[in-house]
Design a protein around this ligand. Structure first.
Ligand SMILES: *Cc1c(COP(=O)(O)O)cnc(C)c1O
Length: 223
């Protein structure tokens, strides 16, 4: 077994039955993805549109592509025809553009709302409060070509496990609250995307259903 396949096998052993592994392959070449593919990995996460489209065109068609980075509205049209899940919807404006591009393709695109819970400042993501407030007006009814399937978040970049634990706990309780709120389609609302190489074990304790792991599979990225 090659190294990439070994890393994937090790991580898979730790995942409970309802949790899937997104292999975050950004900045890694197609050959590295193929090594993962040959070991059975089918879900790959990318954070740049151009890179994703190139890999989509070059690689096997049974790969599920997930978009995990900041998505600019003018680039939505390039990924909507084939994307399986967009993890990083951080504004109503972006949701509206995804909806209209999806309508043109005759698709309903699965999306997650990105929630900002980390201590670091970020331009991206709803805060839990802004998300709650926004959903009060039942905005999702206006976007029939988008299916909101859950939440995505990142914890602070820190060694302080209590802090990370608290942030993942916050995401999980918001997830439970929204699922019960009547403001989302409760049946479709089932994904909680949280946990990266350094903190996925903590995320699993809080019910993560999608862990997004790059470095622990493919090694360090060359930027
Ligand atoms: C790059 C990235 C990851 C993967 O991070 P690693 O530390 O390499 O596992 C996960 N989620 C998002 C949103 C990313 O941008």
């Amino acid at each position: 077994m090659n190294e990439i396949a070994q890393h994937i096998a090790t991580i898979r052993q730790e995942l409970p039955a309802g949790t899937r592994l997104v292999a975050v392959s950004k900045f890694h070449p197609a050959e590295a993805l193929m090594e993962a593919y040959e070991s059975g990995q089918r879900i790959f996460g990318e954070s740049r549109v151009q890179e994703l489209v190139g890999k989509y065109e070059a690689l096997p068609k049974d790969i599920e592509w997930h978009f995990i980075g900041h998505l600019q509205t003018n680039k939505v049209k390039y990924i909507v025809p084939f994307i399986t899940l967009i993890h990083s919807v951080d504004s109503e404006k972006l949701l509206a553009v995804i909806d209209s591009e999806a309508a043109k393709c005759g698709r309903v695109v699965d999306c997650l709302l990105e929630i900002h819970v980390a201590r670091e400042e970020s331009k991206y993501g709803f805060t839990p409060e802004s998300c709650r407030e926004w959903l009060q007006g039942n905005p999702l009814a206006r976007y029939p070509h988008v299916q909101v399937c859950g939440l995505m978040g990142m914890a602070s970049l820190t060694d302080d496990e209590q802090c990370i634990d608290r942030e993942f706990g916050e995401l999980k309780s918001l997830f439970d609250e929204l699922k019960a709120s009547g403001k989302v389609d409760a049946e479709a609302f089932k994904e909680l995307s949280m946990g990266m190489s350094h903190d996925y074990r903590l995320a699993l304790r809080h019910g993560s259903t999608l862990v997004r792991i790059g470095t622990s599979i493919f090694g360090e990225r060359a930027y």
